[in-house]
Design a protein around this ligand. Structure first.
Ligand SMILES: Cc1ncc(COP(=O)(O)O)c(C=O)c1O
Length: 443
């Protein structure tokens, strides 16, 4: 296959230094992909455990997505937010069909971070007297600063004393962190299940005694991803819902990673049977075409004026078409069910392996949202940070692209495309075990 814009290996080394990227550089230059596999410039194959920032739920090179997007591109491929298109209307209709009936509005956003910012803005609109937010230890909500704080329109806009953005200034200092339900390393020394849910009690105590004013919202990921693949226990989330209801706090579920099938259900709210007031979505929603969204409950106020929320790329018909096709395929092919089934197979396989390789401190799901916490010693649980980096490098040689990174560098993430078959999952387990064997051999 000829490749557009090819770059020699020598040029690659030079040009790489001109790319300013705020994340870790890891892994080879990828030139193509199909299904769960991708290939580097030398034609080496990698089984992808990271779905490329967890976005390729349907894997690489899905032809149906490609065709739908290409067809849409012939009509219109970019449009500003203030003009409507068929894909946008169909997509809002589809998303509202997928979530519980309590929701009735969706704003489309160019990225997950911005979807979460929209959720914060909506919270402040609905709780105008509140200035505080709660978020969990190890939580991750995105990579933007409060962009409104730097923008002219926040403080002054023609014809108004202040722009809409003034509502959001100052909120950044007002995030108060509360303990997460990190059962493998419970800071209260408790053991789940059967514990006192002290983490939830601490959350309620913070709301009552530890915040110097009303709280607008609590944001959490039902399974903390970047922070270390930490699933919220079901009782914890139910308790969080009760606390938010009792103290008049908006509950935001960041479903940017949990949404669109990864948990074995369409959304985490289905898995846990707990419904938030606002949900944010993104990543796998567009199968790699950039799109995110913020879903709002019926009884909450939406954006109030023309400066509240509007981005150049908030209405991309190609991404919307990709999202529509993604949802169609997820439902038609029972993809969440596959994520559940293969997730169980993989988790069982890793737990078996854990008996022989003590570096695998903890294996946890659910679905294809799998994390393996690597430790130097299963008793002391000291994080095996350098060892995990080594394992990542060996895995690459074995044809496995592991998920790594975020706040816990000793976490291996196994989150392949949701279309992975049983045969591919067994190959993944095999390559992982080969990696560990090699790691122990070199040790
Ligand atoms: C749970 C969660 N929320 C928000 C984000 C931010 O999304 P984006 O990178 O699309 O801005 C991420 C990205 O990794 C995420 O994992």
């Amino acid at each position: 296959m000829t490749y557009p814009y090819e770059v020699s290996k020598a040029q690659e080394e030079i040009l790489k230094n001109n790319v300013m990227f705020g994340g870790p550089w890891r892994g080879p230059l990828i030139t193509s992909g199909k299904g769960v596999y991708c290939y580097d410039r030398d034609g080496r194959e990698y089984l992808d455990c990271e779905s490329q920032a967890w976005s390729l739920g349907l894997g690489f090179g899905n032809e149906e997505i490609l065709e739908a997007v290409f067809e849409q591109a012939k009509h219109v491929y970019h449009i500003k937010g203030g003009l409507n298109t068929f894909p946008r209307l169909r997509l809002v209709e589809k998303i509202l069909e997928l979530v519980p009936d309590v929701f009735d509005r969706v704003s489309f956003e160019p990225s997950g971070s911005i979807a979460n910012e929209a959720a914060f803005k909506l919270s402040l609109i609905n709780k105008p007297k509140a200035r505080y937010f709660l978020s969990l230890y190890y939580g991750f909500s995105g990579n933007t600063l409060a962009t409104a704080a730097a923008s002219w329109h926040a403080t002054k806009v023609f014809g108004h004393k202040y722009g809409g953005g003034v509502k959001y200034l100052g909120f950044m200092e007002n995030f108060i962190k509360v303990p997460n339900p990190y059962c493998y390393r419970c800071i209260y020394g408790e053991k789940y299940p059967g514990c006192n849910l002290t983490c939830a009690k601490q959350l309620e105590a913070t709301v009552k005694y530890g915040v110097p004013g009303p709280v607008a919202a609590l944001i959490l990921e039902p399974v903390q991803a970047s922070g270390g693949q930490i699933p919220c226990p079901p009782e914890y989330l139910k308790e969080v819902r009760r606390i938010c209801d009792e103290h008049d706090i908006i509950l935001i579920f960041d479903e940017i990673q949990t949404g669109f099938g990864r948990m074995g259900t369409m959304f985490a709210m289905d898995y846990y049977n707990v419904i938030p007031d606002i949900a944010t979505i993104g990543k796998a929603m567009g199968s790699g075409f950039p799109i995110a969204g913020t879903i709002l409950k019926k009884d909450l106020l939406g954006f109030q004026d023309g400066t509240d929320d509007n981005f150049t790329y908030c209405n991309n018909p190609l991404s919307q078409t990709a999202a529509l096709k993604t949802i169609e395929i997820l439902i038609r092919d029972n993809i969440p069910e596959n994520a559940k089934k293969i997730g169980e197979l993989l988790t069982k396989g890793f737990k078996e392996m854990q008996k022989d390789y003590p570096i695998m401190g903890d294996v946890r799901g659910p679905g294809l949202h799998i994390g393996i916490e690597m430790v130097k010693d299963p008793v002391t649980k000291e994080p095996a940070v350098e060892e995990t980096q080594k394992i990542y490098d060996i895995a690459l040689e074995k044809g496995l692209l592991l998920g790594l990174g975020g706040a816990s560098p000793h976490l291996v993430k196994i989150k392949p495309p949701l279309i992975i078959t049983e045969e591919e999952a067994n190959k993944l387990l095999e390559r992982f075990e080969d990696t560990l064997k090699e790691f122990y051999k070199q040790k």
